[in-house]
Design a binder for this molecule. Structure first.
Ligand code: ASP
Length: 344
């Protein structure tokens, strides 16, 4: 049963937030979480009950994998009724992929799951980690009349709370590392935290919380560029066992109109490979009816990814493949919002 005092589970996977310099190499590597809590004594002022689970080994998020997403989803599942909210400390490099993955894997989520991390280790004087961690905990603990204010998988970073599956890491250097170009922030932290309630999703309470851990990894990304060769396209589309592809196109979903390219796309579609058209643009939406080049793809059976990010797109395809649906159902769901990842 959930304790009456506000209780938060912090899941520490690794990432810069908890890294220290390895004196031998000079490179940053993760260190144990008990030391991390010592670095932020301010957390005690909340008066919350804070428990932690630390990954062993801690990882740089470049090493994240679908197996680790399943592990994270199961930790949330096994502790779902014990805590008011969850904070996942995670490296920024793949945070958008992980937050997208959990947004699909935690169906009918009705508690906050807030990812955060930092650009500078928490032990450093100018760290952004303390602020991010403190605000993430505050958001995970934010309830009104017994109901969570943000029962979604989110990313809190540099004063902003985003829907996780709408984010992209866009800056490797600045504190504001994430953007959500196609969906407004769910909250802004200033003197107080201001919630953007009309944009927050609230599940129907009667819908049962379900956790999915099966993901299909027979997916690939085909990113177009002027001069891409048939051999490159073949290397991707002819992979053994390939089931789904994110086709990263130009602008409003346009691609090369040459025969050699279209024939390869056609062949892949005929083989039953799901091809989802996602724009290389950071903002805006795929509209395959707008230009002839886009229409050619649509006629071949390429699906419309609309305003999905490529991070959410690849993970969504893994999620759908993991459900072993019919090809028709997979194609239908690929173009629909499952967890608020596209604007319908
Ligand atoms: N390489 C680090 C990671 O993603 C970067 C970070 O945490 O910001 O784990």
């Amino acid at each position: 049963m959930q304790a009456s005092a506000t209780s938060i589970l912090i899941i520490y996977t690794g990432g810069t937030i908890g890294m220290k310099e390895n004196p031998e190499t000079g490179a940053l590597a993760p260190f144990k979480f008990d030391q991390l809590l010592n670095e932020v004594p301010e957390l005690r002022k909340f008066g919350f009950s804070l428990d932690t689970i630390s990954f062993d080994p801690l990882i740089d998020s470049s090493d994240i994998s679908p197996a680790i997403w399943a592990e994270l989803a199961l930790i949330v599942k096994n502790n779902y009724h014990k805590y008011h909210g969850f904070v996942i400390l995670h490296g920024t490099d793949t945070m958008s992929f992980s937050a997208s993955a959990l947004s699909f894997m935690l169906e009918n989520l009705n508690k906050p799951v807030v990812f955060t991390g930092s650009q500078l280790p928490i032990g450093m004087l100018r760290t952004d980690g303390k602020e991010n961690l403190i605000s993430a905990i505050e958001i995970a603990a934010a309830y009104s009349n017994g109901k969570p204010l943000v029962p979604e998988v989110t990313i809190f970073f540099e004063n902003q709370l985003f829907r996780g599956n709408r984010t992209t890491k866009h800056n490797a250097e600045h504190f504001n590392a994430f953007r959500s170009d196609n969906y407004p922030p769910l909250a802004q932290a200033g003197i107080s935290i201001k919630y953007n309630f009309p944009y927050i999703h609230y599940p129907t309470p009667s819908q049962e919380f379900k956790v999915h851990t099966n993901l299909g990894c027979d997916v690939a990304i085909l990113k177009l560029f002027p001069g891409i060769s048939p051999a490159t396209v073949d290397a991707i589309l002819n992979q053994e066992g390939l089931k789904a592809v994110v086709l990263e196109t130009y602008g409003a979903g346009n691609a090369i109109s040459d025969d050699w390219f279209l024939k390869r796309i056609q062949k892949a579609v005929e083989k039953g490979i799901v091809i989802l058209n996602v724009t290389q643009c950071k903002a805006g939406v795929v509209d395959m009816d707008k230009y002839e080049n886009g229409l050619l793809l649509k006629k071949l059976g390429v699906l419309n990814g609309k305003d999905i990010t490529f991070e959410a797109a690849i993970v969504k395809l893994m999620f759908l493949l993991g459900k072993n649906l019919s090809l028709e159902k997979t194609k239908e769901l690929a173009q629909k919002s499952i967890s608020g990842e596209i604007t319908s």
